[in-house]
Ligand binder design. Structure first.
Ligand code: HEM
Length: 252
């Protein structure tokens, strides 16, 4: 599966395809903040909740093939989008509980485990709903050249199940991470006004390359890393520039 997905995902040209829509998402987010903020410029909601909405709307464009409209303040509670927002939040909370906190779920089916599985299933069903909807819309617009196809179109051409699993991974891996990184970036910019001004100038220049923005994101990730480390175990012996790493060694 990784091999077939890499042919689609690891192409930098694909990024350009999403530029305008991502910019629109960012503008809609700013509009939403303007709309919901209090008179003293504070927010009623927690800013992280808002940034997670922005991240979900952005990742949804790639993973589910279009705008979800998460920013709509009048979304009914039983709408698929509202359910998706709630479910993703629940899945991440359940994953933290089950994967990182002491629990007996590996030995017997605890209530937290049952709740977690129910949320995973609900998330899968919602992904199916959005992907099938996008797929029907794509079919009605007719055949396109391969180069003009989106990530979802290309992955759907491979297999619907792969499209579902890829969307699941993107939504699971991309929302909280992007939201947390944006939160760290905004905090650091708010506390470093001179750097904020420098970045503002670069953004307003609308130059295609934005090296200062890139540096600010990297610096935010350095100061507030989303991941403290990535744990791996070697499955065979490796020789890296003369350093011998035996099989079955855990490293970070
Ligand atoms: C600052 C933001 C992000 C950080 C820090 C981050 C970090 C990571 C890390 C450390 C891994 C594990 C890599 C490994 O297993 O070797 C990972 C995997 C992954 N991330 Fe991200 N990520 C971010 C944003 C995103 C976004 C926006 C998406 C989706 C649109 C995404 C989708 C994924 C997926 C699908 C995997 C699994 C890849 C695989 O197993 O092949 N991530 N990410």
């Amino acid at each position: 599966m990784r091999f077939s997905i890499n042919q689609v995902m690891l192409k930098t040209k694909m990024i350009k395809l999403y530029g305008n829509t991502m910019e629109q998402v960012a503008e809609d987010m700013v509009e939403r903040i303007r709309f919901i903020r209090n008179k003293d410029n504070t927010l009623k909601n927690d800013i992280f909740t808002e940034l997670n909405l922005w991240a979900l709307e952005s990742v949804g464009v790639v993973a589910l093939g279009g705008r979800l409209n998460c920013f709509d303040p009048n979304l009914p509670d039983d709408s698929p989008v509202k359910k998706l927002i709630k479910t993703i939040h629940g899945v991440l909370a359940a994953a933290e509980k089950l994967d990182f906190q002491p629990s007996l779920w590996k030995y017997f089916s605890t209530s937290a485990y049952k709740k977690g599985i129910k949320l995973y299933e609900e998330h899968m069903k919602l992904n199916e709903y959005f992907i099938d909807k996008a797929s029907a819309e794509l079919k009605s617009t007719g055949e396109k050249d391969y180069k003009d196809k989106s990530v979802l179109e290309k992955v759907l051409d491979i297999d619907r199940k792969i499209a579902l699993a890829t969307a699941y991974d993107m939504l699971f891996g991309g929302v909280d991470t992007a939201g947390s990184t944006a939160l760290a970036l905004l905090y650091l910019l708010a506390t470093n006004e001179e750097k904020q001004e420098k970045l503002r100038e670069e953004v307003l220049s609308k130059r295609e390359k934005q090296p200062y923005m890139r540096a600010c994101i990297k610096e935010s990730l350095r100061l507030f890393p989303v991941f403290a480390g990535n744990f791996r175990k070697t499955t065979k012996e490796h020789d890296i520039l003369g350093y011998r790493i035996p099989k079955d060694v855990r490293y970070c």
